[in-house]
Ligand binder design. Sequence first.
Ligand code: ZN
Length: 534
Amino acid sequence: MLLSRLFIRPEGNTRRIELRIATVCVALMLASFTAAPYAGAQPAAPPEYDLLLKGGHVIDAKNNIDALMDVAIRDGKIAKVARIIPAHRAIKTVNVTGMYVVPGLVDIHVHVYAGTGEKNSYAGDLSVYPDGFTFRSGVTTVVDAGSSGWRSFPDFKSRVIDISKTRVLAMLNIVGAGMRPNGIEQNTADMDGQKTGEMALKYPGVIVGIKSAHFTGPEWKPYEQAEIAGKMANIPVMIDFGARRIERPIYKLFEDYLRPGDIYTHALSGERGEQDNITGGVGRGLREARAKGIYFDVGHGQASFAWSVVIPLLMDGFPPDSISTDLHVDSMNAGMKDMLNIGDKFLAIGWPLKDVVAAMTWHPAHEVKQDQLGNLSEGAIADVAVISMEHGHFGFGDSYNSRVESDKKMVCELTIKDGKFVYDLNAMSGNPWNQAPTLADKQANRWTTLKTQGFGESHWKPRPGQPLQHDWRPYTLPADRLQTMQPGTANSVDPQWMSPEERAKSAEIDKKNAAKAAARTKALAASAHATGKP
Ligand SMILES: [Zn+2]
């Protein structure tokens, strides 16, 4: 009775996440209970999977999966996705009931050429190191969008790509010296398609595109040269169309320069003709470009996401193909926060979760021709994000400090890269602190990066023959205070804490909240549309 009252899902401002602590405590109390049905079910053969995510709701756009599925991983690859995979078949099983299991997010527009010390430069102090920003929001792969050019790529590679835990890919800037201040970016003499293409050919699978950005001149040269490089290396060109110039209208870019498969980023900025300035709807040439096979990418950044553009364009039937951040020091604390926050914005205006996930995973992976990423096919690279949906009252800003409200927000619970945990917000992959190590802990190097050694192992130990001056051994919990857990059972931090009645009530609340949000969004969109008219 007490439990069920405790665990009714809160409405309004109370956040569900606060209940988690209580849930964990109860889960600890119930640990012996939940383990009981498995007693004696220990497998004879060694487990065939390294890691099993059990009970989650899988969204995998490539394979058109939007259903409850278990996901098994072995040797850094997705081994099996099926309705039920028994826990005892994996070394480690984590119960992710009530959460979404999606491919690791792929952010195809970031700036991560940090560390050169150059001020006011995307090849320097405006960039960030990727590992500080990626895993905590479910991102496992980023594509640096043109911070380096063919002259500087080797430095970028050794300085950042080779030492990052995040999978870092790159688009080469068509400017040989890269994305740097003081007119360097505008130097048409340093835009050499041939040289850029040659460098791209040296690093297939790492250099995955060519970028042109921030060009303010009237010429078409950056786009011409970018296409030369893109064709040579058979990789897409991504365009940030720079300053709006009457000499080079956007529809001409699509008609005369870009190939099918090229990517137009900052697609929702509305600043270069993406939005019709009379109707507020889609600008000239964009629908034809989409029909030709050109992709439209968000590239939120500091100035490329305005609600007054996004809502009318979506209402006019022109959603983006991919969501990306344009992460750099000036965007990340402003309207742009991170990938999931941008995803939340699309949820807030009525995009289904399935479409939002596709735009953060399979679509961007496919746009940069990395089809081994962004999906959960058997054999695909095991990059996975586990996301929970927080319910409450939230606001989402654009680049101009205006707000849309919503009742839900995605939270990254777990991130897995190459088959191992790299981020675990609520320590779901961990054991209760007073539990004796299990078989899974002894093989932790097969499924996690979060436990590299046992407690005390990193500390000083006497060398052979050295006198023992003090007792160096770490404290160990007395045996009578240890909990035990059967091998092959799911993690005891069980999020499946609602009774069927509570589940039904919660679904009802979800439905009401969704209707409220939809009504708010409709009113908002209608007023945005009305004021957009002359
Ligand atoms: Zn950018």
